[in-house]
Design a protein around this ligand. Structure first.
Ligand code: FDA
Length: 399
């Protein structure tokens, strides 16, 4: 391994991972006059910002609350989110003249391109003297007395602190690795089990016989597991179900657990069907359902549930059953699409091991964990980037 540090430079901090959290920590520390080096194995930094929000980056949410985050310790995120808020990030974005808009439910997106957020971060890092080294696969991190040595494919470096910002396991094609979890274990830090979240559901071959022809059909839906409820769009796909409501509930789903779906919220289906029976007795029931749901879906539900014939022939019992099957459709997904398409990873570095104020490991001075690698996972809607900014800021202020 080459030594790129012949003069024996000692950095104040080396940040492992140049994504949202890593860049935020580096900028914050650099602004305070710290000498920081960011290492990332990718060709380009912050690739997830680039593809996020359909290329427009949902960079935060107007309404950030601890209840929007899943964690073994739901209170852990509070301190960091309070010290660097969505309003702080919004002000920063505004100071760079990046135009944005609220799409829905407080979600803020760039008007033009996610690249503007990346350019803002890289510009600020440069302006404050931080260094970013790409193509740097991190090989080994060792603690030697008061210092850390970091060996990467671009050489060996020494630092007083190391910040682990290598993200979760989602989308390995974009450079995601389990490096952060492995490093934590190396230092005796507990890692909670991980699983893919904000991820589409997949169906069994049997379920797909019915659902695949519906691929592309979208409805407004209420999805529920126990007391957890989301109301947003739902999309039938070739593999199962997706759309914001499904991604949200997937974070709460475990194998074998049923999901209850209301495919027509706010519609009094029984009343509508009774009215159709009275006013259009010769109408086929699948056509009557087609006034409540997208026609393709109405026909598929009618076929699946054996609903056929003129409205005049339908008893109240049948109509009630139809209502039940639309308002309370119960499915047990076969699985999820996994890390291949998941937006985030649930679980990770046990927050009991970290200071909620600084993100430093309680028992390993100078070692910090921030962003998605930590067991804090946000809902869909800008919450995960806000966690990256807030936790990155917390570490950056402590370095
Ligand atoms: P992140 O994954 O961003 O960065 C980790 C970095 O570490 C990467 O650059 C990687 O290359 C590097 N790395 C990993 N292992 C390494 C190793 N061994 N050596 C060197 N470098 C290594 N969130 C949100 O709030 N709004 C949104 O709109 C979206 N949209 C979205 C779309 C898609 C398709 C995905 C996959 C995800 C989102 N998210 C999102 C989630 C969001 O992208 C995610 O929570 C943050 O990027 C996490 O930031 P981190 O910096 O923690 O990790």
């Amino acid at each position: 391994m080459s030594n790129s540090n012949p003069a024996g430079k000692i950095w104040d901090a080396i940040i492992l991972g140049g994504g949202a959290a890593g860049l935020m920590a580096a900028i914050t520390a650099a602004k305070r006059g710290k000498q920081v080096l960011v290492l990332d194995h990718s060709k380009k930094p912050a690739e997830k910002i680039r593809i996020s929000g359909g290329g427009r980056c949902n960079f935060t949410n107007l309404d950030i609350k601890p209840k929007n985050y899943l964690s073994d310790n739901p209170r852990f995120c509070i301190s960091a989110l309070k010290r660097y808020t969505q309003n702080d990030f919004i002000k920063w974005v505004e100071s760079h003249h990046i135009r944005y808009h609220e799409k829905t439910l407080g979600q803020l997106f760039c008007n033009d391109s996610a690249q503007q957020i990346i350019d803002m971060l890289l510009g600020e890092l440069r302006a404050h003297g931080g260094e970013l080294r790409l193509h740097s696969q991190i090989k080994q991190v060792l603690r030697e007395g008061e210092l850390y040595s970091v060996a990467s494919s671009s050489g060996m470096e020494l630092a007083r602190a190391v910040v682990v910002a290598t993200g979760g396991k989602s989308i390995p094609k974009m450079g995601a690795t389990s490096f952060g979890y492995d490093l934590a274990k190396q230092f005796g830090i507990n890692v909670l089990p991980t699983r893919a979240a904000l991820v589409p559901f997949t169906f069994s071959e049997q379920q797909k016989l019915w659902s695949v022809p519906l691929s592309g059909v979208a409805v407004d839906a209420i999805v529920k597991i126990g007391k957890t409820v989301f109301r947003e769009g739902l999309l039938f796909t070739h593999r199962g179900l997706s759309g914001p409501s499904i991604l949200q509930i997937s974070s709460y789903w475990q194998e074998g657990v049923p999901v209850t779906i209301d495919l027509a919220p706010d519609v009094n289906i029984l009343e509508e069907l009774k009215k159709a029976r009275e006013e259009h007795p010769k109408q086929d029931i699948s056509n009557a359902l087609g006034h409540i749901l997208p026609k393709k879906l109405a026909k598929a539900i009618a076929a699946r549930d054996g609903l056929s014939g003129h409205m005049a022939t339908q008893s109240d019992k049948i109509l009630r059953k139809a209502e039940e099957n639309i308002h309370r459709w119960q499915i047990v997904p076969m699985g999820t699409e996994g890390y291949r398409t998941a937006e985030v990873t649930i679980g990770g570095i046990d927050t009991k091991e970290l200071s909620s104020k600084t993100m430093e490991a309680n028992n390993v001075p100078g070692l910090y964990f921030i962003g998605e690698v930590v067991d804090v996972t946000g809902h869909l809607g800008g919450y995960n980037f806000q966690w990256a900014w807030s936790s990155g800021y917390a570490a950056g202020m402590a370095l």
